[in-house]
Design a binder for this molecule. Sequence first.
Ligand code: 13P
Ligand code: SF4
Length: 299
Amino acid sequence: MDVKEHIKKLKAERNAVILAHYYQSLEVQDVADQVGDSYALAKMAQSARQEVIVLCGVRFMAESAKILNPDKTVYLPASAAGCPMADMIEPDDVIKLREQYPDAAVVCYVNSSAAVKAVSDICCTSSSAERIVRSLPQRQVIFVPDQNLGSYVAKLVPDKEIILFPGYCPTHHRIAAADAETARNEHPNAKILAHPECREEVLEYADYIGSTAGILEQACNSKEKELIIGTEMGIVEILQRKLPDKRIYSLKSALICPNMKKTKLEHIERCLEGKADPVELTAEEMEGARLSLERMVSV
Ligand code: 13P
Ligand code: SF4
């Protein structure tokens, strides 16, 4: 039996749902029941009724799914798929910042470990960061771990004092202002749509800044014939498939998140066959991180 057919059959037998992030390969997205940005995936996982959730993404996404829906069996198909930005911060870093700024709230980007979420007050995603920061009563906000998303939010919410941590996404941080300048010169009629994980000086060139879902929506509703996309190649591929009449360019060549591309159909098949280990977290991590994640979902 072909692997796609086998996944479909196993999915029904195990009462499973397959959720995928937009950066996953198109063949993985094609076997998924739903595809979304990290905020949508967290909500889908929280409300999933199936017994098994196969989360095709990186580790923090699968951990968030487990924390928000702890009675389910959650699999991360490519077990080595981490997020290098999430690995840039430890709980101790947050604890030290809290000691330095005792009046500040701690907002933690979901691209972080469960242990870091557990020592934070509330989580956010790129699509909810501004709303979350605005919702806080504290004037001082420690924002971890993404310095670029943090400084983007600081500009949008000037009445807050945002204390940044020097983390970054290696894929987005690689884009320099010179790349944006080159892209603009090569395609002067194109609009630039960029993810807030890009550097501040790159975002200055953007006509639209938003999460992966935001960029997709903006591109699909745009009347422009040419668009330059400042995020991972997965979004470029989806748009090229969805909008064949438009010219879709990448802000920089080979903008690939290697971890997101680790998921293969065979990994999904192994999870559904019960041959892979489900996501497990300690009771302490689950409880601490749950509060921060649930606060995010409820804002
Ligand atoms: P989104 O929240 O836009 O899905 O982004 C997740 C991510 O990891 C971007 O690098
Ligand atoms: Fe992490 Fe960047 Fe990959 Fe997103 S694109 S998962 S932030 S490394």
